[in-house]
Design a protein around this ligand. Structure first.
Ligand code: GAP
Length: 476
């Protein structure tokens, strides 16, 4: 259960996200739609940087992984083969009194109990009540398929039913043979994909954490049978390193290892990477060793061979797979929660350390409050703020525009010509811009600018010609 303090933190974060244009409720002017979110200008940049950074590390910087961009709607038989039509269901419970609907396992967990599972059947333990109206009148759990259904073509009947993909992974398995034939890859190798996925979640909740439309970054890494354990460990460690590289600290990340008895029958290992959100420790990514279940299923259901021939050993086999599967939106939320910081900083009047802000209190004399998003420069939505010292001096404005043009061509930068420089810094701090660059009268003399770093608030003079080389490594 969330404590009030944790709830308050999430509310503060959500309010900043709305005020500064990170995240908006979808269709807000019509009252919103539950489980759907829109990303504003800054959220869009943040997500783009997350995707780019994942793609660069997972695909571009390696020679053994290639990309794919499969369609969202695929042949419905894909979902038969994958088991989603038969088994991609959550047990749900309805309250007979207030008619609200809940996910049975969450409901039990929140009330300190465990859902009783007997094969494919579920039962509520004694004493569970409706969290909305406290009634005991709850239905028994029933399976609820999470896939969104639609129809392809003009006729809406059983033969035209199709589904919005609930994961991107199956597109990769379905195109395994084509990618293998065209990419000159050899096992072990991977296929990576980023794209939207859709699940009709019973209870979307915790802000954007569980949504009905979200984005996944999935890798299927195909391996020789028998090497599952070593590749699984390898990918868990690689993925943890990636999370550190975008600024999530090791102490807030956890490896949640699934016990053997809770694994799917075909899986030999599954480890979730979880993060300490304000609402508790929750999964960001699952890394599963899935054996050859998916390719075998598609081979059987499609009748097309999906085997691999190893020319070195003359062996023919269906590759096993290790699947790191991450959610862009969850990572964005973790990065936002992690970055959010309120502190008291000394003004020019005093000398002293930066203090952690105390809730509900005013900063001490000579200090001012600042809200700062400490995004890692790799994923910060705005990489640099560029400020001409005075807007009514054409020489300064022209020089500042040149500097802005040079940087903005490479990275998303922000131009701000209004207000005192201190206020312009604060505005950038609040959206997590790691660097601010001020063009002043000295710039006109010696071609140097003031470069101010967000976290230390240190300022230094840097030649304009060195700016790109200086900043570029921070953003890679
Ligand atoms: N192909 C495997 C797969 O889809 P999953 O654990 O169901 O596994 C992988 O999903 C990741 O996708 C999760 O770790 C999470 O980051 C993200 N994800 C899943 N459901 C989500 C939802 N309803 N809202 C936001 N992200 C979600």
């Amino acid at each position: 259960m969330k404590t009030t303090k944790e709830q308050q933190k999430l509310e503060l974060i959500a309010s900043l996200c709305k005020r500064r244009g990170f995240i908006f409720q979808s269709s807000e002017i019509y009252g919103g739609i539950n489980g759907f979110w829109d990303y504003g200008p800054l959220g869009t940049e943040l997500k783009r940087n997350i995707r780019d950074s994942w793609w660069r590390d997972t695909v571009m910087r390696r020679t053994d992984i290639v990309g794919l961009d499969a369609s969202i709607i695929m042949h419905p038989r894909i979902w038969e083969a994958s088991g989603h039509i038969g088994g991609f269901a959550d047990p749900m419970v309805d309250c007979r009194a207030c008619r609200k609907r809940f996910k049975a396992d969450n409901l039990c967990e929140e009330q300190g109990k465990e859902l009783i599972i007997d094969g494919k059947n579920f039962k509520l333990p004694e004493g569970i009540i409706c969290p909305a109206c406290e009634s005991k009148e709850l239905t028994e759990p029933r399976a609820f398929n999470l896939m969104f259904k639609t129809f392809v073509g003009p006729v809406e009947d059983e033969s035209s039913v199709a589904y919005l993909r609930p994961e991107t992974a199956q597109g990769i398995f379905a195109q395994f043979a084509n990618v293998l034939a065209t990419s000159r890859q050899k096992v072990p190798f991977g296929i990576a994909q980023i794209g939207k996925a859709f699940r009709n979640e019973i209870n979307p909740r915790n802000y954007t954490f569980r949504s009905r439309e979200f984005e996944q970054m999935e890798l299927e890494f195909f391996i020789k049978p028998g090497s599952d354990k070593e590749w699984h460990s390898y990918w868990v460690e690689e993925r943890l390193k990636w999370y550190n590289s975008v600024g999530l600290p090791a102490e807030k990340l956890h490896k949640d290892i699934h016990p053997k008895e809770k694994l799917a029958h075909y899986a030999s290992a599954c480890t979730d990477i979880a993060y300490d959100f304000p609402f508790g420790r929750q999964e960001l990514e699952g890394i599963a060793a899935r054996g050859n279940f998916d390719l075998t299923q598609h081979q059987q259901h499609s009748g097309k061979p999906l085997e691999y021939f190893d020319q070195e050993t003359n062996e023919r086999f269906i590759p096993h797979v290790v699947e790191p599967s991450a959610g862009v939106d969850r990572i964005a939320l973790a990065l936002i929660c992690n970055a959010y910081c309120e502190e008291w900083v000394p003004t020019a009047k005093v000398q002293g350390p930066v203090l952690e802000a105390e809730e509900g209190k005013q900063p001490p004399d000579g200090y001012e409050a600042r809200t700062v998003m400490r995004f890692h420069p790799r994923i910060a939505p705005v990489r640099a703020g560029v400020f001409p010292l005075l807007k009514n001096k054409p020489e300064l404005m022209n020089k500042a525009k040149d500097v802005f043009g040079m940087l903005n061509e490479r990275w998303n930068c922000f131009w701000d010509q209004t207000g005192a420089i201190g206020r312009r810094y604060r505005r950038q701090d609040e959206i997590g811009t790691p660097y601010c660059i001020t063009i002043d009268f000295d710039t006109l003399e010696d071609n140097t600018v003031t470069l101010r770093e967000r976290d230390s608030m240190q300022q230094e003079r840097v030649p304009v010609d060195e700016l790109v080389a200086r900043l570029d490594p921070q953003f890679r």
